[in-house]
Every structure is written in structure tokens, then in C-alpha cells.
Design a binder for this molecule. Structure first.
Ligand code: ARG
Length: 695
């Protein structure tokens, strides 16, 4: 990174020395050029108004739109008594004097600060070119004591992706993977020690089902070739068989339910608008119906008994899972293989998405004794209760009426999804001792997460203290372009690999539309893959995390508009220009950046100076859209630089490296473009994209 001496030398050139510091104000001038400005601005405003440095620091804000200044001060935020804010704004503007800032502009109750272009370019481009892929990131944020650079890093677990072996890897899992991957990158860049955890759905009766299915339909060769796809196919088939077996029972259960509804009708709903005068349908319940209900109930019980005695696929699955739970090696043989092969296959797909997990845990790895321990605590602290041989928690009785009743232990003693989550939470703490843990799970599971968090709270210390460090990061659903829920069951896409491949093929066709260019791409397949994945990720990031979106292959793969391919194109374009210009790195780093004077260039410099603040803001919002919005704004400025015209000579491109009037100017311009490429690349990597150098 940059050391303070280097920065001071830079500042001495404009008659300043080391930027001032203030107690209670944490600035990071060695990571953020704008913080150098903040230091001087705080010093001056303090002198002029007497306001506290900490208050001034909170008040001075970065601007989304540079026409409002590089920094702006809303005067009322200084909370000074006496003077009227608009008058005070004028006074500050008049008295303010700093060699690297223009005379401020008093704009009603605001004071707007514009940084002088020359020194800003020197400082900022120097920062970027020296800090390279670290520029913008602040590793102090994740320290236990952020004012001490040698303090320990805080630790965070991010649990994400978490697919279910054998079941489909649906868009919910894909979104969890993308968002979780972003969180890991964001917090790592802020200096946290992060642990990427995949909590596989690898336990439960469905694995009893799958094992039976494999005996009937499985093929070792197919399993080795594409385990995820094959296991899914087998699972679908055995479920169909099961459904056929259960058909009679299901129909009887439906009839029974229907009759019971007539017997005990639910509260009448409000009549629909305009139908207020229509009489509610008359519901008859008599001796005849009573007899029918009795009959149906009897038949259902008989069919169910038969299914158990037969035994049915479902019953065999239950027994099989019971054997797995009891640790029967014969029963676990297949399961282990399914798990190992699936993980191998997942790893390949995750690599395409630029993601690697540190810990493949899963529901199967939750220790039985920890579930027993939790059950004892729940019982002893009066949280759980017995219900016909099973154990339940009635959260309504514990101050959470909206969370309802929930089962924590089945009658046969096997655990449940919920029970495993309860025990896993503390287990993870014992293993890693984290400061924070994020569960990245779709909003469909809001209730589940709220239930198990609440149960852990009710369990008291130490469970309640650990769950207080946990957070559910919920996200909205992905729908198809017409707004329908996407399901791989409905379509032909089975595995994640298939959907990534589909996006890649689509992307390759988009690229082929420009055949001449396509012929020049060195490795069109690999390029198409990176572009397709960028397209998917950027689309995913284009709104707030909590909102869903429509999966629109055509729109997201376009090179026009705010898309992943557009960002990649912008990056590759600077790279190609740099290759052609071929200015030595040394010349670039030692260039005189005050030669960047065209208005488009100055704008771009100002945007590049903002990147550390954008990162800081993203750390607060934890929304990838914060980064994305900035990157699109910055790349638009970058592209205006290419075509910038000389005000005096409309035929000359003032910012063209190729036609620069001197070697000095050429090096300075190249430094600006190189810095823009660096910031774009840093932002893209933060989002999990692999910046392309050619395409
Ligand atoms: N495997 C689950 C599913 O696909 C998601 C797991 C979420 N994480 C958790 N700790 N419950 O539905």
C-alpha cells in the first residue's frame, strides 16, 4: 500500500504537509485520497465555525452526482446555534482557504467543495497506480479494533448456496451462491477473515428414497459421468413410482379433507366486491355425510396400513433413513458416494462462478449428541412440549404468535431440518468462534429461519448469545421473463451446469452476430462462458437483494445497456488500447498527471477518486447495486473520454493516446486510462466477475 511519507511528499509539492488528524475521527488517508481532503476541510470548518471535528466529519458527505461537488456540507448538520444556515454557508465559503480545493460554493444551506483538478489527478492516479488491485479497499474495517492496524481480524461465516443433493439446483440456490459469493468478497476486502460455508442438504428421508431409486434405476457409469444430473433423474423416477403407490391414499386423504371442511367450515371470507348480495352457497351436513366421512376415514387408514405392511417405497425410505441415522455402514455406502461425487461436480460449477468453499458441511454432519443436548435444554427450560409422542415448540406461547407451532422431533426419533439447524448453529460457533454469521437463504424460508433463530433465543445462554451474532440475508425469487416462477421441473433444464451451458450457448450466438470480430477472439468458448456468467451475475445484482427479478436471457446478454457484457467490453477495450499504445509502465507511473486537463478527463479522475468512498458505502448498504451503479457511471465517463474533442479544434481528439502531442501527454493520458481499467477491474472482481482482457 501507499505509505504516509509518499503522500506527504505529494502534498509538499502544493505547499501542504501531512494531513491533520483529530481525536475521535477516523480517516484513512493512506487508503482513500478523498480522506486527505476531508482532513483539511474538517480543519478549516472547525477553525471557521468552532464545530466539533467528529460532527463535521459526519456532516461532510460524498455526492452521487459530481455536479453537486466532490464533497458537500449541509450546514444544518453542524448543529450550531445562532447563525442562519444560509448565512453561515456564505461565511464558510468566503473564509475557506486550502491550496487543493477551489473556493467553495455556497448553495442555499449547502457548501459545495470542488477539488482542484491538477492536484487531484496527481494524488488520485498515483494512489490507483501504486495500490493496484487493492485500491479502494480498506482492510482496517474488519479489525477487532479498527484504529489499530495490527489488531486481530474479525471472523465471519457466510453460509450460502447450500443445494440439496439429488434435488434440483434451482435458481434460488444460484442466487444464494451469487449473493453469498459477493458478501465473502466484500467482507474480505474490508479485512474480515471470512469462511465460505456450504451447508448441503444431504440428510433426511429423501436419501432413503434416493438409495432405493438407485438400486432400481441407477447406473454407476452415469453416476460417474454426471452425478448431479443422474441422481436427479433417479430421484424423479422413484418419486413418480412412489406417487403412483400413494395415489389411492392421496385421493382418500383429499376426500377426507374436503368432507371435514364441510363439517367444520372455515370462517366465511368477506364476499368479493360486487358479490355482496349473493347468498353464500348452502352447506349441508347430515347423517349421510357423516357416514361418508366415517367410511373414507376407515378406507384411508386401511390403505395406509397396507402401505406400511407392504412395505411401500415411502415406508422403505423411512426405514432406510432410520438405518442411516443409526450409522449402519451398509445403508451409508451409497450415500457417501453420492455426496462425494456431487461435491466434485459442484466444485467445477462454482469455479466457473469464481467461487470456492472453505467448508462443505451439511445436514448430515450435525452431531446427534448436539441435537440431543439442544433437546434437553429445550425441555429443561420449558420451551418444548410433548405432543402425541413427538416433540413440538409452540412459539405462540413464547411471545411469537406469528411463528406458530413447530415440530422439533419426530415420533421415530429421527431429526428434522429445523432440529439440525438449531444444533448446527452452536456447533459452528464451537468450531470457528465467529463474530458474525450470515445465512444467505431465499425468502421462501423466512419463517424457517425466524423459527430457529427464535428457538435458539429461547434456549438462553450460551445459545442466545451466539444467535445474536447471526443474521438471515433474505432474497427475492427469480422469475421467467413473463413473471412466472421458474422451475427446472417445468422445463428441460436439469442441472446448474445445464443452465450455465445454455447461457453460454446463447452468448456465443450473440457474439457470432458480429462474425468478423468473432473470428478474432482467441478462445471463443472460454470467452463466451465468462461473458455468460457476467451476464447472469450482473442481472442478479441489478436490483436490491430483497427484490426478485425476471430472468431475461436476451436482455442480460446484450452488449448495449447496463449489462455484464457491457462492463466486460469496457474493460477489454481499455486493455486493447493499452496494448496498441504500448507505453512502458514506468513512464506511466512517473507521468505528470496535471497534463490531464480536458473536461472529460477531469470528470473521470473525480470519479476514480470516489471509488474508496463507494466501497465504504457498499460496506454499509451491503448491496451489490451500489458498486454496479458506480461502475456504469464511471464506464460511461470513460467512454466519453475516447471521443472527447478539443474545444479549439473540433477535429482533434484531445484524449487520444495514439495522437497525443507529446510523450509526456501520452504517458499522462495512458495513466488515466490505466487507472480507470484498474478501478473497473477492482469493482468487477469485488462483484465476482473475471475481467476479460480480450474479447
Ligand atoms: N438446503 C436448503 C434448501 O435447499 C437450504 C439450506 C439453507 N440453510 C440453512 N441453514 N437452513 O432448501
Amino acid at each position: 500500500t501507499l505509505d504516509m511519507d509518499h503522500i506527504t511528499t505529494q502534498l509538499e509539492k502544493v505547499g501542504l504537509s501531512q494531513p491533520p488528524t483529530f481525536s475521535g475521527v477516523q480517516l484513512s488517508p493512506e487508503y482513500n485520497p478523498v480522506d486527505i481532503y476531508r482532513a483539511y476541510i474538517i480543519e478549516q470548518i472547525h477553525e471557521i465555525t468552532g464545530a466539533e471535528p467528529a460532527i463535521i466529519n459526519n456532516a461532510v458527505a460524498w455526492t452521487q452526482d459530481l455536479k453537486h461537488g466532490d464533497l458537500a456540507l449541509p450546514v444544518p448538520a453542524l448543529r450550531l446555534k445562532g447563525k442562519k444556515p444560509d448565512q453561515l454557508a456564505i461565511e464558510i465559503a468566503e473564509k475557506f482557504n486550502c491550496p487543493i480545493v477551489e473556493t467553495p460554493i455556497a448553495d442555499k444551506t449547502f457548501v459545495r467543495f470542488f477539488f482542484k483538478p491538477g492536484p487531484l489527478a496527481s494524488l488520485t492516479l498515483d494512489f490507483v497506480l501504486k495500490q493496484k488491485d487493492q485500491y479502494g479497499f480498506n482492510p482496517l474495517l474488519g479489525k477487532v479494533d479498527s484504529s489499530k492496524p495490527d489488531s486481530k481480524r474479525k471472523r465471519m461465516i457466510v453460509e450460502y448456496s447450500s443445494p440439496n443433493i439429488a434435488k434440483e439446483f434451482h435458481t434460488g440456490h444460484l442466487r444464494s451462491t451469487i449473493i453469498g459469493g459477493f458478501m465473502v468478497k466484500l467482507f474480505s476486502a474490508a479485512g474480515w477473515e471470512t469462511i465460505s460455508m456450504n451447508y448441503l442438504g444431504d440428510w433426511g428421508k429423501q436419501y432413503g428414497m434416493l438409495s432405493q431409486g438407485f438400486e432400481k434405476y441407477g447406473s454407476e457409469a452415469e453416476l460417474e459421468r454426471d452425478p448431479i444430473k443422474h441422481l436427479n433423474e433417479v430421484y424423479v423416477k422413484i418419486n413418480q413410482d412412489n406417487a403412483a403407490e400413494q395415489k389411492e391414499a392421496i385421493e382418500l386423504a383429499k376426500r377426507k379433507e374436503g368432507l371435514e371442511k364441510i363439517k367444520n367450515p372455515p370462517k366465511p371470507m368477506k364476499p368479493k366486491k360486487g358479490k355482496e348480495n349473493e347468498a353464500a352457497p348452502e352447506i349441508k351436513w347430515g347423517e349421510e355425510q357423516e357416514k361418508e366421512l366415517e367410511e373414507v376415514t376407515g378406507q384411508l387408514e386401511k390403505v395406509q396400513e397396507e402401505l406400511v405392511a407392504k412395505p411401500s417405497i415411502d415406508e422403505k425410505a423411512r426405514q432406510f433413513f432410520k438405518r442411516m441415522s443409526d450409522g449402519d455402514p451398509e445403508a451409508l455406502k451409497y450415500w457417501q458416494k453420492f455426496r462425494d461425487l456431487s461435491i466434485e461436480a459442484y466444485k467445477h460449477m462454482y469455479a466457473r462462478l469464481n467461487i470456492a468453499f472453505d467448508d462443505y458441511s451439511g445436514e448430515s454432519t450435525v452431531q446427534v449428541e448436539n441435537m440431543e443436548k439442544a433437546a434437553t435444554v429445550l425441555h429443561e427450560r420449558g420451551v418444548s412440549e410433548d405432543s402425541k409422542g413427538a416433540v413440538i415448540v409452540d412459539l405462540a406461547k413464547h411471545g411469537a404468535p406469528t411463528l406458530g407451532k413447530t415440530l422439533v422431533k419426530k415420533r421415530d426419533g429421527t431429526s428434522l431440518y429445523l432440529t439440525r439447524d438449531i444444533a448446527a448453529n452452536f456447533e459452528r460457533y464451537e468450531k470457528y468462534g465467529f463474530e458474525h454469521m450470515i445465512y444467505v437463504v431465499a425468502s421462501q424460508q423466512d419463517l424457517h429461519l425466524a423459527q430457529f433463530f427464535k428457538i435458539l433465543q429461547l434456549m438462553g445462554s450460551p445459545y442466545s448469545e451466539v444467535v445474536a451474532r447471526c443474521e438471515h440475508m433474505s432474497f427475492g425469487m427469480v422469475k421467467d421473463p413473463s413473471g412466472q416462477t421458474m422451475s427446472t421441473r417445468k422445463g428441460t433444464v436439469v442441472s446448474l451446469a445445464d443452465s450455465l451451458d445454455a447461457a453460454k450457448d446463447f452468448m456465443q450466438n450473440v457474439m457470432r452476430e458480429n462474425d468478423e470480430k468473432y473470428q478474432q477472439v482467441e478462445n471463443p468458448e472460454a470467452t463466451a462462458d465468462v461473458l455468460a456468467i457476467s451476464a447472469i451475475m450482473v442481472q442478479d445484482y441489478s436490483g436490491k437483494i430483497i427484490n426478485g427479478y425476471n430472468f431475461d436471457m436476451k436482455r442480460m446478454t446484450s452488449f448495449i445497456g447496463d449489462t455484464g457484457p457491457y462492463l466486460q467490453y469496457s474493460h477489454a477495450r481499455v486493455c486493447s488500447m493499452a496494448r496498441k499504445a504500448n507505453v512502458p509502465r514506468e513512464a506511466i507511473e512517473n507521468a505528470d498527471f496535471t497534463l490531464v486537463t480536458a473536461k472529460e478527463g477531469v470528470e473521470l479522475v473525480r470519479a476514480l477518486a470516489q471509488w474508496p468512498d463507494v466501497f465504504l458505502n457498499t460496506y454499509k448498504t451491503r448491496e451489490p447495486i451500489t458498486v454496479l451503479t458506480y461502475l456504469f457511471r464511471m464506464t460511461h465517463m470513460l467512454s466519453s473520454c475516447y471521443d472527447a474533442k478539443d474545444a479549439g479544434n473540433r477535429n482533434a481528439k484531445t484524449m487520444s493516446v495514439m495522437y497525443a502531442e507529446s510523450e509526456e501527454k501520452k504517458a499522462a493520458l495512458m495513466g488515466l486510462y490505466e487507472a480507470a481499467r484498474q478501478v473497473l477491474g477492482n469493482g468487477m472482481r469485488l462483484l465476482g466477475l473475471k475481467p476479460l482482457e480480450r474479447m
